[in-house]
Design a protein. Structure first.
Length: 749
């Protein structure tokens, strides 16, 4: 029998120890992340009293997979649309906190004489609060539903996103320690380019693919497909110079916009928990007691830096974001810890070989201490606010609280120019990125193929150029023409003649970009002069603008993209988890939509909408009926109500109030003689004088007249045979009958 591989032995040891330790931490009501770290320390070579992991390299490989799946799951919980809807407040708070905490981290590192890269990575680690630990603390303390908790979670989401960007930036810095501002700007543009490209292409293709195979997919295949897409994007991300974790996060955020997102989250969670546990155990394996004792002073300094930095600078950041002093302090005190992303950043530094070995266990120790202190910091916010309120002058408190209601924090009406230019800029950037990607792909693969198929070189070049232009033409047309007929454009054109020249300039700029694409394609494939190439570019762009076929393709592709982007939102509306979009227009006309559940004992159950006459009685309209996983839109008068149906009803406040009152009051009364409704079984013999002799079951009226049911005809002592409707009763037949006691007595007598 072959010997068990070391990896399996290590995995058994890791999971058993982690299971025991996490049960203890669960009992102590402590975060499970800490349990995994303690388990990692116990199975590490630094703990000589119990078994240790033998193959560290394989465990590290599994840990890297854990990071990938952790970020994939984070992406599934994230939506780009959420960030857009958050407004400026969380963004201001997040940017301020990250800048302040990074600065503090770098200063503390320099104070202890650590290297430049150690200080930079330390600043990145200290800037990242733990989403997992704060969410768990809020849940345990019953604070999740409070307003300040919502603000904290919004900032944490943004921090997680910026942590991904920070990892890419730190990788760029580490690869070239002398990177200047131009290289850093290039790295940022590269991130933006691929992020927009992957998101747009992913939203266009992946929901469409899942929609086509929806009938074939079960839970098993959906899990395999999801993890396959995650690994594919992780591979693509590494190929273009980013981390696998970044690609996994992007794929998660793409799948978060699909109808299957909720199901994918549930299916992936066990996989995430398994590999995530291995990652955090691997973190604990790096804890070296000797290093901790040697660096006890820096650990203490870093703990105080986080606690005081988040409590003071974090609170100030939330005040600048428009929160009141009390709310800002509760937010700032809640974020006084570091967690999973700090470990991931530290792992990145070690894998790149740019940070010292001692930094990882130091950061782990700081994380453990600050995590233990998190609940106490959250509780300390209110007493600290009360102390400040007593000691600070009242006018200071009033001025700080006024910041939360300052005009800068309030929503202001955007001008038509601002709306138009913002929309045009977004469209131009997105379509330019997609066009660049499509052009690069086409010019990389098509010309070599055409050269092999056609011996005449100019024919191959012509076909390559035409096919490339055909592919990007819908994007170029959308970039040039979109928003030229919008309400803002028309309003600006008509309200002031001075606006017309700038408006024409916006069109010319986009036309010039389109011509530049055609110029580049022709220049790449031919040797014509620049003047001829520019003329060709102008002519081709004009044809693209005038072509009805290109217009229809462009509109069709954009509508499909919008549909895919809104698919999860549409699914929530269909299942009644979210209000329909048209409700906002109804509110302007003093009517709105309300949901009503049909009680199981309602008198309306079993009746059609026509029989109920809801419009005539209450003046309301039933727009939809939600039944289990089905949605019946615009039900007609023949639609029957069932128990548990959810009705979406349109009407005014008074009409809906009257409707709701009637629905809740018109119930079937309780049966006062419930004891008499017990069903019993009786044996009935057909005698020669019985009125049933010679009659069929239907003619006898046993069911219709006596409200009883014949369950069988006795044959012998043990067998009962079913009575057919055309069987005629004979003398000596023995029937078994079910019914209420009163009805059975009437039948037998």
């Amino acid at each position: 029998m072959s010997e068990l591989p070391a990896l399996v032995k290590d995995l058994a040891l890791i999971l058993i120890v982690a299971g025991i330790v996490t049960l203890v931490f669960k009992r102590l009501k402590q975060p499970l992340v800490l349990g995994y770290i303690v388990a990692g320390f116990l199975v590490s070579p630094h703990m000589p009293y119990i078994m240790s992991v033998m193959d560290r390299e394989n465990v590290e490989t599994w840990a890297n997979i854990g990071v990938m799946f952790l970020l994939f799951s984070l992406g599934l919980d994230f939506s780009f649309k959420k960030i857009i809807k958050m407004g400026a407040s969380p963004i201001i708070a997040t940017m301020t906190i990250i800048f302040c905490m990074m600065t503090l981290g770098v200063c503390v590192g320099y104070m202890f004489g650590w290297s430049k890269m150690d200080c930079i990575f330390l600043g990145g680690m200290l800037a990242m609060s733990s989403t997992t630990i704060i969410y768990k603390a809020f849940d345990d303390m019953g604070l999740r539903q409070q307003q300040f908790a919502g603000m904290v979670m919004s900032v944490l989401i943004l921090e997680d996103i910026l942590a991904i960007v920070m990892m890419v930036m730190l990788s760029a810095i580490a690869s070239d320690a002398g990177a200047d501002g131009g290289q850093m700007a290039g790295s940022v543009l590269k991130i933006v380019f691929f992020l927009v490209l992957w998101f747009v292409v992913g939203i266009f293709l992946i929901p469409m693919m899942l929609r086509q195979v929806r009938k074939l997919i079960n839970n098993e295949t959906l899990l395999i497909v999801s993890l396959g897409l995650c690994c594919l994007m992780a591979f693509i991300s590494t190929e273009v110079g980013f981390s696998s974790a970044f690609g996994a996060f992007v794929m998660g955020s793409i799948l978060a916009e699909t109808v299957e997102a909720e199901k994918i989250i549930k299916l992936v969670e066990p996989v995430k928990n398994l590999f995530g546990a291995i990652f955090f155990v691997s973190v604990g394996m790096l804890v070296d007691p000797d290093i901790l004792l040697h660096y006890a002073l820096p650990i203490l300094a870093l703990v105080l830096t986080i606690l005081l930095g988040q409590a003071i600078l974090g609170s100030v950041s939330f005040i600048l974001a428009g929160q009141s002093l009390k709310s800002a302090m509760r937010c700032g005190f809640s974020m006084a810890q570091i967690g999973e992303f700090s470990f991931i950043i530290a792992s990145l530094g070690l894998s790149l070989g740019v940070i010292s070995d001692f930094l990882y266990p130091v950061v782990v120790a700081v994380s453990v201490i600050t995590t233990f202190l998190t609940p106490y910091m959250i509780k300390a916010a209110i007493p600290c606010y009360d102390m400040l309120e007593r000691r600070l002058p009242k006018r200071w408190i009033l001025r700080l609280n006024r910041l939360s209601a300052s005009p800068s924090a309030q929503h202001s009406e955007e001008s038509n120019w601002k709306k138009l230019l913002k929309a045009m800029a977004v469209n131009t950037v997105v379509y330019t990125i997609v066009s660049v990607a499509a052009t690069v792909v086409m010019l990389t693969f098509v010309p070599p193929l055409m050269n092999r198929l056609f011996a005449i070189r100019w024919v191959a070049q012509l076909i390559s150029g035409l096919s490339t232009v055909m592919v990007i033409s819908p994007f170029l047309r959308a970039m040039i023409m979109k928003k030229n007929h919008s309400e803002e454009f028309k309003a600006l054109w008509t309200e002031n003649r001075m606006n017309r020249l700038p408006l024409l300039f916006t069109i010319l700029v986009r036309v010039a970009i389109g011509v530049a694409f055609i110029f580049y394609i022709c220049h790449h494939l031919s040797g014509f002069s620049n003047a001829i190439l520019i003329s060709i570019g102008v002519a081709v762009v004009a044809l693209i603008i005038l072509s009805r076929a290109v217009k229809h393709r462009s509109i069709k592709m954009e509508r499909l993209f919008i549909r895919n982007l809104r698919s999860r939102e549409i699914e929530a509306q269909v299942h009644g988890h979210k209000r329909p979009l048209y409700e906002g227009h109804l509110l302007d006309r003093d009517i709105h939509i309300a949901d009503f559940d049909v009680p199981f004992d309602s008198e309306w159950v079993g009746q059609t909408l026509k029989q109920l006459g809801l419009r005539q009685k209450y003046g309301v309209d039933v727009s939809s009926i939600l039944r289990a996983h089905r949605r019946l839109n615009i039900p007609d008068g023949h639609s029957i109500l069932f128990p548990g149906d959810r009705l979406q009803v349109i009407g005014s406040d008074d009409q809906l109030a009257a409707f709701g009152k009637a629905l809740s009051e018109q119930l079937v009364e309780d049966d006062k003689d419930i004891e008499k409704r017990e069903m019993k079984l009786r044996r009935m013999a057909i005698s020669g004088s019985s009125m049933f002799v010679g009659l069929t079951l239907q003619e006898s009226g046993i069911r219709d007249k006596y409200n009883c049911m014949v369950v069988g005809l006795e044959e012998g002592k043990e067998n009962l045979s079913q009575v057919s409707p055309d069987y005629r009763f004979q003398q000596g037949d023995i029937l078994w009958v079910v019914g209420e006691e009163e009805h059975l007595q009437a039948l037998l007598n």
